[in-house]
Design a protein around this ligand. Structure first.
Ligand code: FES
Ligand SMILES: [Fe+2]
Length: 384
C-alpha cells in the first residue's frame, strides 16, 4: 500500500508534534506527503497551514510568530520570513506590511488551513474533515499514573509494517534475542482476539527474560517473568499495548505511527506507568524501551514499506498462523477503504521473484497455490 495514495487517511486525526516543540516557534512537518507548518496561535492553540506562502511560495516554516503589534513572540499569527505577509490560523493573510494602513487585503490571499487541535501533549492534524474522533487515552493525567513522552522520531518504514510488528509475537526470539526474547521458545503464544468496529483487541500471556537490569522495570525478581499483554488496534495507525507484570506493574504504551510519506513514519510513543519515579526512574524506562525499539527499527527498515494489504494480491508475501493479527489489520484497512470507495494503491513492482517463463508442460495437477487467497494460509484469510 502506498499510504499517501489513499485519500481516506487524510480524514483521520494524526499525532504530528509534541506541543513542547512548538514553544520555540513554527515547525515544518510532512503529513501524508503534504508539507505543513505548525505554530501556536494567538490563544496558544496549535494551528496547521500549508507550508507555502501565497505570495512567492516561500515556506512559512522559515518564518516566526508575531503579536498584534507585529512583534516576534512565541504564539500569535505566523509571518512569512520573505516579505512579511502574515497569516492567522484560518490561513487568511491578515497583514501585508508593504500596504498602507487600512488598505483592504483581497480575500483570496490565503493558504490552505488544516484541522488542528491539542490533545495528550501533542498537536494532532486532520488534512480533511475527520471521520472519527481521536481515541481516548484514559491514563493521561489519571491519578495513579505518570505520563512519559518516550519517543518522537522518524523511521524509514510504513505504518502497516510497524503495526503488524506491534502485534507479532513470533519475532521476539529473533529480533529481541539480546533483550527480552526467550531464544528457546520460538513458538509464539496465541492471541485471543475480539474484533470491533474500529479495530480489535488482542490478549495473550508471554514468557519474557527478566535479567537483573530489567527488575525495576518489571517489579519481578525471577529470571523469567510473564507479561500479560492487552494489545489493541485502532484504525488506521494507532495501537495501545497494556503490559501487566505479575508484580501488578502496568506498562502501557500508546503509539501513533504517523505517515510522513510512502516510506517514512513519525513514531510517537507515550508510556504510562502505575508506579513512581522512585520505583523506576523515567530515564531507565526510556532506555529500556529504546533498546527494544532499536531492535525493531533495524529489521523493519530492511522491509519493503509498500506492504501487501489486499490479500488477494498473490505471490508477493507469504504468511503463517501467528500473522493472524496482521491479517486482521489488513482486513480492517480493506473494510475502511471499501466503505470510502477506495481500493489498495500499490507500487506493484516489488514481487519477490520475476514471473515464471511460460512453459507448455502437459499436466493434470493444479498450479501451486491454486484456490488459496494470495499468499495466505486458508485459516488466516480474513473472513468476509
Ligand atoms: S514569499 Fe511570503 S511574503 Fe513574499
Ligand atoms: Fe519487537
Amino acid at each position: 500500500m502506498l499510504t499517501t495514495q489513499q485519500p481516506i487517511f487524510r480524514k483521520f486525526w494524526h499525532a504530528v508534534m509534541p506541543l513542547a516543540d512548538l514553544a520555540s516557534g513554527p515547525k515544518p512537518f510532512t503529513l501524508l506527503g503534504e508539507k505543513i507548518v505548525l505554530f501556536l496561535d494567538i490563544d496558544g492553540r496549535p494551528a496547521a497551514l500549508r507550508d507555502r506562502c501565497c505570495h512567492r511560495t516561500a515556506r512559512l516554516s522559515k518564518g516566526w510568530c508575531v503579536d498584534a503589534e507585529g512583534r516576534a513572540c512565541g504564539s500569535g499569527n505566523i509571518q512569512c520570513g520573505y516579505h512579511g505577509w502574515t497569516y492567522d490560523r484560518s490561513g487568511a493573510v491578515v497583514v501585508i506590511p508593504q500596504y498602507e494602513p487600512g488598505r483592504r487585503i483581497p480575500p483570496d490571499y490565503r493558504t490552505a488551513a488544516f484541522h488542528c487541535q491539542a490533545r495528550y501533549g501533542y498537536a494532532w492534524v486532520a488534512l480533511e474533515e475527520p471521520v472519527a474522533p481521536i481515541p481516548d487515552i484514559p491514563e493521561f493525567d489519571a491519578p495513579g499514573y505518570r505520563t512519559i513522552f518516550q519517543f518522537y522520531e522518524g523511521w524509514n518504514t510504513s505504518p502497516m509494517r510497524i503495526l503488524e510488528n506491534s502485534f507479532d509475537n513470533s519475532h521476539f526470539s529473533f529480533v529481541h534475542r539480546a533483550t527480552f526474547g526467550v531464544a528457546a521458545s520460538p513458538k509464539p503464544s496465541r492471541y485471543e482476539i475480539v474484533e470491533g468496529e474500529t479495530g480489535f483487541y488482542a490478549e495473550t500471556v508471554i514468557e519474557a527474560a527478566n535479567p537483573e537490569r530489567f527488575r525495576r522495570i518489571s517489579g519481578v525478581q525471577e529470571a523469567i517473568t510473564t507479561r500479560h499483554m492487552r494489545n489493541a488496534y485502532f484504525l488506521p495507525f494507532m495501537r495501545r499495548l497494556d503490559i501487566e507484570y505479575p508484580s501488578g506493574i502496568r506498562h502501557i504504551i500508546i503509539n501513533c505511527f504517523t505517515p510522513i510519506d510512502d516510506g517514512r513514519i513519525q513514531l510517537c510513543q507515550w508510556l504510562f506507568r502505575n508506579d513512581t519515579e522512585a520505583d523506576c526512574p523515567a530515564a531507565m524506562l526510556i532506555d529500556f524501551d529504546a533498546e527494544i525499539t532499536r531492535e525493531d527499527k533495524e529489521i523493519l527498515e530492511s522491509t519493503d514499506p509498500d506492504a501487501v494489504v489486499d490479500t488477494r494480491r498473490r505471490g508477493v508475501e507469504y504468511s503463517m498462523d501467528s500473522d493472524r493479527p496482521g491479517m486482521l489489520i489488513r482486513k480492517k484497512l480493506m473494510e475502511l477503504l471499501a466503505r470510502h470507495g477506495e481500493s489498495e494503491v500499490h507500487g506493484g513492482t516489488t514481487r519477490t521473484a520475476p514471473a515464471a517463463p511460460v512453459q507448455v508442460v502437459p499436466s493434470c495437477a493444479p498450479p501451486a497455490g491454486a484456490g488459496k487467497p494470495a499468499g495466505v494460509a486458508p485459516e488466516l484469510a480474513p473472513s468476509a
